[in-house]
Design a protein around this ligand. Structure first.
Ligand SMILES: Cc1cc2nc3c(=O)[nH]c(=O)nc-3n(C[C@H](O)[C@H](O)[C@H](O)COP(=O)(O)OP(=O)(O)OC[C@H]3O[C@@H](n4cnc5c(N)ncnc54)[C@H](O)[C@@H]3O)c2cc1C
Length: 381
């Protein structure tokens, strides 16, 4: 016996559950969220919680600005403190190319209404007095950027959608998507079949596997990214500090721990969520280069998750040309938490046939056909 659902959302992370939340808020609850493991087991439960609006591409700036506004109201909306701290983001430049690029970024961000400041190394040190600025050439700072506690957000959505009548099925793996002509007819899982004509592919690092089940090829690829947390200590660090040059970012949580990661430029494509010694050594050394006092701090734990990376480091949002009602919500390239509120809302609007409240046409998967892409540069590689 198969069952029926108005829409099936694949992925129990921030994007799957956030979309289910926006559908349910509009009164549409004939939705089943399928999660092969447990809620928040993917990148949504493994990230740095950074909320940054300082991007180089117009699309990412627009998504992050609107999403930040939505995060500001989320604690009240979900009835629980999401630990959204707007301590700013301090973005450091280490060579002249970066300085030139950051000048352009700040000009674009300010034109779009974001109050980012271009600051000198000395001004950066005023913001973070412990920072070693000996090699810093310049920095940018935006005080409304910040961090949020990812588990609270994802479990907040999960609780809210359950209360509104949406079903979340954990430990239920999608194994196939049935297609007739250009329409979806059902989603097959290891626990049975759900008849539906509407599917949201919010499967993060696994989203290209899911797309392939429906005969759709996506250009995004999974890459491991590692991250760690230190023991807690007295608060001293307000902003998230980030360097694209070193691929490092770190912030201090509300509870006093430093949470941060560093990208490995030699990381190979693939599903790999194991921890490495390379990370432990490189992270420890680089952290101490940035803030020498970290020398006496102990790391508590390290872990890894997947970036789901597109060729232009911008997400893939919306329908695909070859299949009706197959909505993509993936390819977030390492910043899918911070832009999730607005893209989840827009995905819900598309599913319900409403006019999207933000124009996301440029984020369609069709942009890769011509490959005339606007590259996003402000990423931790
Ligand atoms: C180390 C690290 C640091 C990061 N830092 C930040 C940051 O500071 N700020 C930020 O905005 N973003 C950050 N990101 C990126 C961010 O975490 C992701 O973009 C975001 O969480 C993606 O959410 P999602 O819901 O789309 O995917 P996920 O959270 O990955 O959820 C996808 C879910 O789909 C499930 N799934 C997969 N296949 C199947 C299947 N066949 N059947 C059923 N379920 C399936 C998976 O189990 C998974 O739970 C970071 C990522 C990592 C790894």
């Amino acid at each position: 016996m198969s069952e029926k659902a108005g829409a099936v959302v694949i992925g129990g992370g921030v994007n799957g559950l956030g979309t289910a939340y926006h559908l349910a808020k509009k009164g549409y609850t004939d939705v089943v969220v399928l999660e092969k493991s447990y809620v928040c087991s993917g990148a949504s439960g493994r990230n740095g919680g950074g909320i940054r609006q300082q991007w180089s591409s117009r699309e990412n700036i627009k998504l992050a600005m609107e999403s930040t506004k939505m995060f500001e109201g989320l604690s009240e909306e979900l009835g629980e403190d999401m630990e959204f701290i707007q301590g700013g983001y301090l973005v450091l430049a280490f060579d002249e190319d970066e300085v030139e690029r950051f000048e352009k970024n700040v000009a674009l961000q300010r034109k779009m209404g974001l109050n980012t400041e271009f600051v000198s190394p000395e001004e950066a040190k005023e913001i973070v007095p412990q920072l070693n600025i000996s090699k810093v050439k310049a920095a940018t700072f935006n005080e409304s950027d910040g961090t949020i506690y990812p588990f609270l957000v994802v479990h907040g959505y999960a609780r809210a959608v359950r209360e509104m009548g949406v079903e979340i099925r954990e430990h239920t793996e999608v194994t196939d998507i049935e297609v007739h002509g250009d329409e979806i007819t059902a989603v097959k899982t290891d626990k049975g079949i759900i008849e539906t004509d509407t599917v949201v592919n919010a499967a993060g690092g696994w989203s290209n596997q899911i797309a392939r089940m429906a005969g759709v090829e996506l250009p995004n690829k999974p890459y491991r990214h590692e991250i760690m947390v230190t023991e807690p200590f007295a608060h001293f660090l307000d902003p998230m500090v980030i360097s694209f040059h070193h691929g490092i970012y770190f912030s201090q949580s509300k509870h006093g721990n430093i949470v941060g990661g560093i990208g490995n430029p030699d990381e190979k494509e693939g599903i790999n969520q194991r921890s490495s010694m390379w990370f432990l050594r490189t992270m420890a050394k680089t952290l101490v280069d940035f803030i020498p006092q970290f020398r006496s701090v102990n790391m508590l734990r390290q872990w890894a998750g997947l970036y789901d990376t597109t060729p232009d480091a911008q997400p893939i949002i919306g329908p695909v040309p070859e299949l009706e009602r197959f909505y993509q919500l993936n390819g977030f390239s390492g910043h899918g938490f911070m832009v999730s509120p607005v893209v989840n809302k827009v995905t819900a609007e598309l599913i319900l046939g409403e006019e999207p409240s933000m124009d996301i046409d440029r984020l369609s998967v069709t942009r890769f056909e011509g490959m005339d892409l606007e590259q996003e540069y402000s990423v931790v590689g």
